[in-house]
Design a protein around this ligand. Structure first.
Ligand SMILES: [Zn+2]
Length: 440
């Protein structure tokens, strides 16, 4: 089919079109200095890489059109906060769902897609950087998915591939539990749990390679330090930490040390600009004193949980993880929330140590209850982050990088590496897997 638009017109029209989509260029009279934080935030494509809302979809029949009801994310708050894209976390609790990891994974995936299907005018399910941008242009929230915890693949690369086919675009190699092929910072000191020798088993290395080949981002939030460095060495694409903060400011084992921050920024293969660390908003990962206070109330909280279990047993009832969560939350809610400035300190620290191109937002909304910094109660409060960054001297361009530009750049690189690996004649990785090997 031919078009009647002359090529010359396209050449002239295209730059103008691109310009119309972009923020004011730096040579315009409107210097970034004069842009209000609100205008900068509105001009950004804001991407958050971690929200645990899918559990609410499945277990509470929560709909994104509903009021927040104690949560942190719904359509209204996303609109108010100019949230452009959310990576919904597909997280399977490893004890409760033992033996049914794939089943639960699929139910959570389905729940995200159902939300997009129910609200076609407001949510678009997408799987690519281009898709995120297209949804944003149409003023729709781009919904994506990341699996949190490699146990979801049940030691099967075919399952990993099917999750990719269903639209999963990152996988956190572990959650708090080591899974036999990658180790978690959550149980690395527990001698009763088997760990790998080098951070990744041979199968684990194959998983990382297959993720690179598919174009699924490798997420190192939650993994042990050894698994972190091994994954960086094995990955042929830049990696992300979907929801991790800075260990120098708060000594949580799943925060990133300065050396790890620099490593994420450096690794990613030839021509790579490096990966990105998406700051977690959880107070106990931001504030050392909050973390210490949490530890101090732990014995009391444990006691209260035990009493709940004993009572339920006596009544012949079952205690769900959310019942336990409610009890623990009562204790956490008594600890004063850290100020928003502390969240900004973490962004600032990562920007200084790793570089401005290597920091973003991974809120952990709906995964940490009300334990967020002062002033951050939902996605509607995201503009406050931009305002605080600009107050510290961050330029409009830098803010847009932090708010989503960096993640989009890494996602594009991961897509590019996937194309390159798929064009290689390297034998299929799964040829090495015992369950794929032809038994003579
Ligand atoms: Zn997590």
């Amino acid at each position: 089919m031919s078009t009647h638009i002359p090529v010359a017109f396209l050449l002239v029209a295209l730059p103008a079109f691109v310009w119309a989509q972009s923020p004011a260029p730096s040579n315009s009279k409107m210097t970034p200095k004069h842009q209000t934080a609100e205008a900068v935030h509105r001009s950004a494509l804001v991407i958050d890489t971690h929200a645990d809302t899918p559990q609410r979809f499945v277990d509470e029949h929560f709909d994104l059109a509903d009021p927040l009801r104690g949560g942190n994310l719904n359509l209204e708050s996303a609109r108010k906060g100019n949230l452009g894209a959310e990576f919904f976390s597909i997280w399977v609790e490893p004890v409760e769902y033992k033996g049914q990891y794939a089943h639960r994974t699929l139910e959570l995936i389905d729940a995200v897609k159902q939300q997009a299907a129910r609200h076609p005018g407001q949510i678009e399910f997408v799987t690519t950087p281009a898709g995120i941008e297209a949804a944003h242009r149409e003023h729709r929230l781009a919904a994506l998915m990341g699996i949190e915890g490699g146990h979801s693949i049940e030691n099967s690369i075919p399952l990993l591939r099917q999750y990719y086919t269903l639209g999963v675009r990152y996988m956190t190699l572990t959650w708090m539990n080591s899974n036999g092929w990658a180790d978690s910072s959550g149980d690395i000191d527990d001698k009763t749990i088997p760990h790998t020798e080098q951070g990744l088993s041979e199968f684990g290395k194959d998983v990382v390679y297959e993720m690179n080949r598919l174009g699924m981002m490798v997420d190192v939030s939650h993994v042990s330090d050894r698994t972190f460095y091994r994954a960086l060495n094995i990955s042929r694409a830049p990696v992300i930490a979907s929801h991790s903060s800075a260990r120098a400011l708060c000594d949580a084992p799943r925060n990133m040390s300065d050396d790890m921050l620099r490593a994420i920024a450096t690794y990613g293969g030839p021509n790579s600009k490096g990966g990105v660390v998406q700051v977690n908003f959880y107070s106990a990962f931001l504030s050392q004193s909050y973390r210490d206070a949490m530890k101090a109330v732990e014995p009391q909280a444990d006691k209260a949980v035990q009493e709940l279990k004993d009572k339920a047993k006596a009544d012949g009832k079952e205690v769900t993880p959310s019942d336990i969560e409610k009890v623990r939350r009562q204790f956490a809610d008594r600890i004063p929330r850290p100020p928003l400035s502390l969240l900004i300190d973490h962004i600032d620290h990562i920007a200084k140590v790793a570089g401005i191109d290597h920091v973003g937002l991974g809120s952990d909304f709906d995964g940490v209850g009300g334990q967020l910094p002062e002033g951050i109660d939902s996605a509607a409060d995201l503009p406050k982050i931009t305002a605080a960054l600009m107050a510290r001297g961050y330029s409009a361009d830098d803010c847009r990088k932090i708010l989503g530009g960096n993640l989009l750049r890494v996602f594009r690189e991961v897509e590019q590496v996937s194309k390159e690996l798929q064009a290689e004649s390297r034998p299929k990785i799964t040829d090495k897997q015992p369950f794929d090997k032809w038994q003579k």
